[in-house]
Design a protein around this ligand. Structure first.
Ligand SMILES: Cc1ncc(COP(=O)(O)O)c(C=O)c1O
Length: 329
């Protein structure tokens, strides 16, 4: 295992900038907002960190092929990591996956198999492929894997070198919770338990929020109704039940609407000239709409630094942006 996981050495992931945001700080008047630019990772999202480390470990373990069933940013990170590490990759995606996502995977030299009407069927097929080739192929889970969490935690260690003081809060999006657990792992390494961790989801993709109301039990959404499909895990990684209910971490859950997330995409373009997908803009939407400021006030935190993770995402282009334009007022 690579203890010192400087993934940039392997050209898998890069150290990303942390920039001050004056325009976004205006929405939290007593706090300075910094953006961790994970959208500048080579495949466009933070997924490159944890999944890159997972693929590196698969190679160390003697596997020659990695298999994923994510047509989104996780699958793209698998495909890119495999190409860079000289492994083969197969990504099984449901028939509904759009051509934009498939082209990005093919560009990274992945074998793309379109199978089944919904993700579950594609996933089952991917597991069958791994079973058929188990001596050579390794399945890479999008978010529920300790090695993936370890890779994502590198982001927090970087922040500790880039920011002169411990942030009062970290704001991030949550799908299955891989990013969130990675952030918690990083905070643990630094003993930064007093940093508020503000977890944002969209209504309709709110599996973490559901778990926070479950009284300490696992909880499962019936379906995903948000357009932010990248955040659309029906259930978060079970490890988060412990982190939320039984740890020293200070974790809060906020929800934003799809419309607020879409509006935030345009605001980020205007404020920073960067284009991100809805799963990423959702967390920034919670700053733009004042709910992060309100939450910190309710916890009697008077001032300090907030780090918002601009997690990125490849699910956006000019065509999608045009469609979004027609949805906001
Ligand atoms: C851009 C982006 N943001 C956030 C998430 C949510 O990450 P996680 O599933 O690790 O919570 C994802 C997941 O694919 C993503 O691609």
């Amino acid at each position: 295992m690579h203890d010192d996981f400087d993934l940039s050495v392997y050209k898998i992931a890069v150290e990303t900038p942390l920039i001050e945001s004056l325009p976004i700080s205006k929405h939290t008047p007593n706090f300075d907002v910094y953006l961790k630019l994970e959208n500048t990772q080579p495949c466009g999202s933070f997924k490159q960190r944890g999944i890159g480390l997972r693929c590196l470990k698969a190679k160390d373990d003697g596997y020659t092929k990695v298999i994923s069933s994510s047509g989104g940013n996780a699958g793209l990170a698998v495909a890119r990591s495999a190409r860079v590490l000289g492994l083969k990759s197969t990504v099984v995606v449901p028939l509904t996956t759009n051509q934009h996502a498939i082209s990005l995977l093919i560009e990274q030299q992945a074998e793309v198999i379109r199978h089944g009407p919904v993700w579950d069927k594609a996933h089952e097929y991917a597991l069958k492929l791994v079973e058929d080739e188990k001596s050579t192929s390794c399945y890479i889970h999008a978010f529920d894997d300790p090695v993936v969490w370890e890779g994502h935690s590198s982001m927090i260690l970087e922040i500790s070198k880039q920011l002169p003081r411990q942030p009062k809060a970290i704001v991030l999006s949550c799908g299955g919770g891989g990013l969130l657990i990675g952030v918690l792992e990083g905070l643990k390494k630094l003993n930064w338990y007093s940093t508020e961790v503000i977890v944002v989801e969209t209504h309709g993709a709110s599996s973490f929020n559901l778990m926070t109301k479950s009284g300490g039990e696992r909880a499962r959404l019936e379906k995903i109704t948000s357009r932010a499909t990248t955040l659309g895990a029906l259930e978060v990684a079970p490890r988060l039940v412990d982190d939320f209910w039984h740890s020293q971490f200070r974790i809060s859950s906020l929800l934003v609407s799809d419309e607020e997330s879409i509006q935030a995409i345009f605001n980020i373009v205007n404020d920073h000239r960067m284009l991100v997908e809805m799963s990423c803009s959702a967390s920034i939407a919670a700053i733009y709409n004042g709910s992060v400021d309100e939450l910190l006030k309710s916890k009697n935190i008077p001032s300090g630094d907030i780090v918002a993770i601009l997690c990125g995402g490849s699910g956006i282009n000019m065509n999608i942006l045009d469609e979004f334009k027609s949805l906001i007022h």
